[in-house]
Each structure stands twice: as structure tokens, then as C-alpha cells.
Design a protein around this ligand. Structure first.
Ligand code: PGA
Length: 253
């Protein structure tokens, strides 16, 4: 049985003060929800204070990115050990990183290996662009992102990985995919590629989330699907009631 997981990707939103306020109103409600893993991913600068605020509770903490080198002259970057000191998770290869900051399957792979080395749980994002979707390249693109991004991962670490299927055309657009079509990509393409890499048993153990315009009103549609194990939530994760309702829907599924 795969344990459901709901992660909030705050992206570049909330100052440290605002982030603390949001966590203080959200965390007590999230702590009450059982049977679902909950993760908040605020900007780097808020991680120390939020890690302190979440102590003793049941909400996990994740970073939105990290560099793969251990330390050194890499101005502006954050290392795996820095993330590991405060977090249990790290989002890798988000489409905004790929689009605006030049990340590729190759650099995603380096980050995944760095996460493995330090035992951080990577939430690896994959998904097709609108143009790829319209030209029916979804399966090919997503399979390639999985096979290259997760290449050479150790069999022992693989089941800890979390994948997020996020069609780029659904992110921040209000146009979510549908439960059945996301389920089909996850079940056939993503688990298929995972199975080629790690074998069927591991492919069935890896959690795969859906992301892209998830809200309190459509969350249940995704969580009701057999292959979808939770959500990576952007915009709606900044609103207490929305995010709590989404997480609640996952705890029931
Ligand atoms: P969204 O973002 O929920 O605002 O569409 C999802 C994501 O980018 O992870």
C-alpha cells in the first residue's frame, strides 16, 4: 500500500514573516489529519524558522531545489547537506526550473543522485508542455524524463523516490487535467518507465503525485484514481482552507 502524500509548493511566495504566519495557522489543522503524509515546501530563506515551527508535529518540510555539489565556490546555490539539516524532502526538476533556469534531465539526474547520497526524499517532477501535449508527445516526453532523470539510482533507494506528474499546461492555469487522463499517464507511462528501470515491484511501490491546478474542488477526482497517490499543490497551498481541504481529501482516499 502506498501512503498518500500531499505537498505544498509555495514557489517564490511569502516573506519569512508571512511564511511563519501561514504555518502557524495551517500546521495545527494539518496535524489533525491522519493517514496522509503532509509536506510544506517554502522558499529556502524560510526553511530554518519553519523547521522550528513544525517541530514535534506531523508536517514534513521540503526545499524547492538544491545543487548537487557538496560545497564550494557556487555562489547563490544551496547544498544537499544544508537542505538535509532542515528538510526530509526536496522538489527536483520542477517545470519552472526546467523552463526558466535551464535544468535538464541530466542536471535533474545529478540532483537525484545527490539526494540519494544524503538520503533526502526527492519529489521528481515530470510533465509535457502544451505544445508536446497537442502534438501527442506526452508519453514519449514523460517516459524520457523518468528514464534519464532517474537513471542509475540504487535499487534500495528507488522506493523512497516520489514522482510528481505535472502537465506543464495545467500548472497555474486553472486548467487541471482530468482524473482518468492523469491516471492513464501515471499508470501506463510513468509506472511503465519505472518498471523498466527498477522492476515491477519497485515501480508499484513508488508514489506518484498529480500536480497542476489542484484545488479543494477537484482534488477528490485525482485521489480517487488507482494510480495517483497524492498531489503537489502550488497556488492552492498558500490558502489555509484550500490546502487543508485538499489534504483531507487525500486522507480519505
Ligand atoms: P499549481 O502549481 O497548483 O499552482 O498549478 C503546481 C506546481 O507547480 O507544483
Amino acid at each position: 500500500m502506498r501512503r498518500p502524500l500531499v505537498a505544498g509548493n509555495w514557489k517564490m511566495n511569502k516573506t519569512v514573516g508571512e511564511a511563519s504566519e501561514l504555518v502557524n495557522s495551517m500546521a495545527p489543522k494539518l496535524n489533525e489529519l491522519k493517514g496522509v503524509e503532509k509536506v510544506l515546501c517554502p522558499p529556502f530563506i524560510s526553511l530554518p524558522v519553519i523547521s522550528y515551527l513544525l517541530k514535534g508535529g506531523e508536517v514534513g518540510l521540503g526545499a524547492q531545489n538544491m545543487y548537487w555539489e557538496e560545497k564550494g565556490a557556487f555562489t547563490g546555490e544551496v547544498s544537499p547537506a544544508m537542505v538535509k539539516e532542515l528538510c526530509q524532502y526536496v522538489i527536483l526538476g520542477h517545470s519552472e526550473r526546467r523552463t526558466y533556469f535551464g535544468e535538464t534531465d541530466e542536471t535533474v539526474k545529478k540532483r537525484v543522485h545527490a539526494a540519494q547520497k544524503i538520503d533526502l526524499i526527492p519529489i521528481v517532477c515530470v510533465g509535457e508542455t502544451l505544445q508536446q501535449y497537442e502534438s501527442k508527445q506526452t508519453n514519449e516526453v514523460v517516459a524520457r524524463q523518468i528514464k534519464f532523470g532517474l537513471a542509475d539510482v540504487d535499487a534500495a533507494f528507488a522506493p523512497r523516490i516520489v514522482v510528481a506528474y505535472e502537465p506543464v499546461w495545467a500548472i497555474g492555469t486553472g486548467k487541471a487535467s482530468s482524473g482518468p487522463s492523469a491516471n492513464e499517464v501515471v499508470g501506463k507511462v510513468i509506472r511503465g518507465a519505472l518498471s523498466e528501470l527498477f522492476g515491477n515491484q519497485t515501480a508499484q511501490a513508488i508514489r506518484v503525485l498529480y500536480g497542476g491546478s489542484v484545488t479543494a474542488s477537484n482534488a477528490a477526482e485525482f485521489f480517487g484514481q488507482s494510480e495517483i497517490d497524492g498531489a503537489l499543490v502550488g497556488g492552492a497551498s498558500l490558502k489555509v482552507d484550500e490546502f487543508v481541504a485538499i489534504t483531507k481529501a487525500a486522507s480519505k482516499s
